[in-house]
Each structure stands twice: as structure tokens, then as C-alpha cells.
Design a protein around this ligand. Structure first.
Ligand code: BV8
Length: 239
């Protein structure tokens, strides 16, 4: 690695949190806690049976609260703070391991497990406590209108205005631990490439959209990402 980049976008998926002990979507055949995600993480499922969907996410909270960031998360946080350029993490993960590692510029495009949104007033409640159909919104005081602030299948993503601007202006797009199956996140690499970014993919294996990446770094992200970050930190802005 000798090239210096000024604006790096890092898309992360469930694979970056695998070595922190969190199940990935794919390796468990699309199951989370023995439920098919497509059956739970959908707006229809929530409208049909909000208690069931609330319980699914409430059950996930203790494990995600306890989970610790691994060297891949820590390397990205160090890169954000020490690198002579802009580094932004765009994550599909609903865990908060990037923040726990010290990353500050993190965009959760699929939402966050420790947040709920009020369908009455639109305000977001930050909480690791259980949220259910009885929960009262602390802002508008209405009960029963809280939804996990998780982007369900069929819902539009969060932070997309900011993400689209980043994809048009970044000069390096890195993808870490994502199978490239879920859209529109799986299409981000195409946009970045179209606007001239170099593209690198970190995974254990070849993924569905691998042909869009200039470079593939195979291996466990807890090893490959710290090595990559260390190389980047050696480069200097020649301008
Ligand atoms: C939308 C929240 C439109 C829930 C999630 C048919 C074709 C194409 C697209 C569609 C289609 N039908 C429907 C769609 C659209 C749909 C979609 O893409 N479906 C897929 C399943 C086909 N997308 C949507 O619905 C999106 N919304 O399109 O809205 C719209 C527009 C305007 C107005 C209204 C509507 C919403 C998508 C978001 C859904 N919510 N999460 C929850 O998390 O509980 S997605 C969910 O999937 C998670 O976010 C998770 O991150 C993601 C799974 O992807 P990955 O992160 O990649 O995880 P995965 O397990 O798959 O892969 C892990 C990878 O890591 C593997 O490659 C593995 O090899 C690697 N790995 C493992 N260990 C390591 C490692 N790598 C390195 N080191 C390791 N140690």
C-alpha cells in the first residue's frame, strides 16, 4: 500500500462483529435466535404482531450490550483518529461495537438495537431496556407507538442523504464482512466505483458482488483490518 487517500468510506456488515461472538445473518442460514429474519424484520410482521417483533429485539439486547469490540473495530477507530484524511464507517450492523471501539463518524443505515422510534412524533429514544407495546414515548407521552429503530425489509434506509454524498466524493471504498446480498447497501460499491473510488473487499470468501472490487483481502477481519490500517497510517498526504 503506498497510495494516500483523502476520503475513505468503510461499509461494514455482520462479519466484522463475528469475532466479537455475534451471529451473522448468513452463517446461521438467515436465522437469528431461531427466527427467520425475513419473518421478523419486516414492517408487515411488526404491524401484524408488534409484541413478537419487540420480543425478538428485546431478547437480542443483553448479548449486544455485553459484546466487546474486536481488533477490527479498534483498528477502524484508530484510523479515524490518527489518519491524515477523513474516515467514515457506514454500518449495516445494529450493534454498537464501532462506537464502543471509539469510532465517532458511524452511520447506522439499518438502525440500532439500543434505539426505538415513536411512530407518533418521530423522536428517537436511546435505551437498552425492553421496549414494547406499552412503552410511553418520553417526548409526546403517547403509549404503544414505539417501534424498534431498526430498518425492516421493505423500509428505506437511514442516513442515506449523507451516504450518497460520501459515495460520490470518497476516493477509497472498503467493504468489510458483508455478503453483498442486502440492497441498497450491496450496491454502494458500484456508486463509489462509478465516481472514481478504489474499492477493496475484506471477507473470508468470495461474495456476490466481488467483481466490483479492485482488490480482495481474504481472512478474518480481526487480523486483516489492523494490518490494512497500519499500512494506511504509514502513508502521508504528499499535497
Ligand atoms: C429497501 C435490520 C426499498 C434487521 C436488515 C430482490 C432482489 C434484490 C433486493 C430485494 C429483493 N427483494 C427485496 C429487496 C430489497 C431488500 C433486500 O435487499 N432483500 C435481500 C434479502 C434480497 N432490501 C430492503 O428491503 C431494504 N429496503 O430496499 O427499501 C424502499 C425504498 C424506498 C421506500 C421504501 C422502501 C432494507 C434492508 C435492511 C433490512 N434490515 N437489518 C436486523 O439486523 O435485525 S438487513 C440485515 O442483513 C442486517 O443488517 C445484516 O447486516 C444484513 C446481512 O448482511 P451482512 O451484514 O452482509 O451479513 P451476512 O451474514 O449476510 O454476511 C456476513 C459476511 O461476513 C459473510 O460474507 C461472511 O463470509 C463474512 N464473515 C464472517 N465472519 C467473518 C467475515 N468476514 C471477515 N472476517 C470474519 N471473521
Amino acid at each position: 500500500m503506498s497510495k494516500h487517500y483523502n476520503n475513505i468510506v468503510v461499509l461494514t456488515g455482520a462479519g466484522i462483529s463475528a469475532e466479537s461472538g455475534l451471529a451473522t445473518f448468513r452463517s446461521s442460514n438467515g436465522l437469528w435466535n431461531n427466527h427467520r429474519v425475513e419473518d421478523v424484520a419486516t414492517i408487515d410482521a411488526f404491524e401484524r404482531n408488534p409484541e413478537y417483533v419487540h420480543a425478538f429485539y428485546n431478547d437480542m439486547k443483553p448479548e449486544l450490550l455485553k459484546a466487546k469490540p474486536n481488533p477490527a473495530h479498534l483498528a477502524l477507530a484508530e484510523l479515524e483518529h490518527k489518519y491524515d484524511g477523513k474516515v467514515t464507517v457506514v454500518t449495516q450492523n445494529v450493534d454498537t461495537l464501532h462506537e464502543k471501539a471509539g469510532s465517532e463518524k458511524v452511520l447506522h443505515i439499518h438502525g440500532q438495537i439500543n434505539q426505538a422510534v415513536c411512530l407518533n412524533c418521530g423522536r428517537v429514544l436511546e435505551t437498552w431496556d425492553d421496549v414494547d407495546t406499552q412503552t410511553v414515548c418520553p417526548h409526546c407521552k403517547i403509549a404503544g407507538m414505539m417501534k424498534p429503530n431498526i430498518v425492516f425489509f421493505g423500509e428505506s434506509l437511514l442516513c442515506m442523504d449523507e451516504v450518497e454524498k460520501l459515495l460520490r466524493t470518497c476516493d477509497l471504498f472498503v467493504s468489510i464482512g458483508t455478503s453483498g446480498v442486502v440492497y441498497p447497501a450491496a450496491g454502494f460499491v458500484q456508486t463509489a466505483k462509478y465516481f472514481g473510488a478504489d474499492t477493496i473487499e475484506f471477507n473470508l470468501e468470495t461474495t456476490s458482488n466481488n467483481y466490483l472490487f479492485d482488490k480482495h483481502i481474504f481472512g478474518k477481519s480481526s487480523q486483516t483490518v489492523p494490518e490494512f490500517a497500519a499500512e494506511l497510517l504509514k502513508t502521508k498526504n504528499e499535497a
